[in-house]
Design a protein around this ligand. Structure first.
Ligand SMILES: Cc1ncc(COP(=O)(O)O)c(C=O)c1O
Length: 313
């Protein structure tokens, strides 16, 4: 990666990627990702062709899971093919992992992309955010992980990153968030009654990631959150079909269910989004991205009706 002047990001990508990389002095180029013919599916052939044409050593940003904004991820087989392509062509994989555990509800399933690359002999770099998965948006919780070929390489990477990025940029990381993540926000001992059977009450300071019981509880909560979002997808697709709203991609709204993560890439145009906002007070980003995490069962029918109405305009 040393000396890279360009980063390749999917078209489209999280809106902030361009700003971040340009402000770090990199040129940002897009590679094919969304199939613009449907507006709701992956253009895997285009993606493969674009990446196959890059020079060795090119740095490519990938979304580890729950691609933002589209909610469209490569399948397991496609990740495998990409991992082999990266290994064969000597491409550098920079993963943005902002939704591990939040996408499928399973921390391991959501890490499968990164692990497939590692297994294929690529040494991925993974930028990990815990903002969503730990519900700590404002605390700046994250890490950049470099998989290295040897201990010597790891020591050299750590020292370079410290000298060239960490020290000039922020020097020491914000600790408060990391402590919240590591130490459970458990109720005080006084307010926790010992469960029947007389086991010891919860300690107020135990590590979420390091304590088996709290880790299991957190995994369960992630599953609950991901399942709820998936249920909203199913309900919305059913309601849109029941309303007789024509899906913008000519399909049957199955993409709303198949996509993953917080967002549905509906296929609605900017003018549909404007009408939804102006006439119905339903708010999406102008690329047609709808937050499924913000949806409640009680909203579904209203939203489906509003969508049908703007599509008929
Ligand atoms: C792909 C992606 N990367 C990074 C982030 C931000 O992570 P953080 O809040 O830790 O900066 C987000 C969302 O906010 C995102 O969607």
């Amino acid at each position: 990666m040393a000396g890279a002047r360009t980063i390749h990001v999917p078209d489209p990508s999280w809106g902030n990627h361009g700003h971040i990389f340009r402000s770090a002095g990199l040129e940002v180029q897009n590679y094919a990702y969304l199939d613009h013919r449907t507006g709701t599916t992956l253009d895997f052939d285009g993606m493969r062709a674009a990446l196959s044409g890059l020079p060795r050593g090119s740095v490519v940003l990938l979304h580890a899971c729950a691609h933002n904004p589209t909610g469209i991820d490569p399948s397991g087989e496609q990740w495998q093919e990409l991992a082999e392509l990266f290994a064969g062509r000597g491409l550098v994989a920079l993963f943005d992992s902002a939704y591990q555990g939040y996408a499928s509800g399973d921390l391991d399933a959501d890490a499968a992309s990164v692990r497939a690359f590692e297994a294929a002999g690529v040494l991925p770099v993974a930028c990990q955010s815990y903002a969503k998965s730990l519900g700590l948006y404002g605390e700046r919780i994250g890490a950049v992980n470099f998989v290295c070929a040897s201990r010597e390489e790891a020591e050299a990477v750590l020292s370079t990153v410290k000298q060239t990025i960490v020290r000039p940029a922020y020097s020491s990381p914000p600790l408060h968030g990391a402590r919240l993540a590591a130490e459970a926000l458990a109720p005080s001992t006084a307010s926790v009654s010992a469960p029947a059977g007389g086991s010891t009450p919860l300690s107020p300071r135990r590590q979420v990631l390091g304590d088996a019981a709290l880790f299991a509880q957190w995994r369960g909560e992630l599953r609950g959150m991901a399942n709820r979002v998936h249920r909203m997808r199913v309900l919305l697709a059913d309601a849109l079909r029941a309303e007789g709203a024509p899906s913008p991609d000519g399909g049957d709204w199955g993409h709303v269910v198949d996509q993953i993560g917080m967002f549905a890439y509906t296929g609605l145009s900017a003018s549909h989004v404007d009408s939804l906002r102006e006439r119905h007070h339903v708010y999406l980003t102008r690329d047609g991205r709808m937050s499924m995490a913000a949806m409640k069962p009680a909203d579904i029918e209203y939203v489906a009706r509003a969508v049908r109405s703007v599509l008929a305009e």
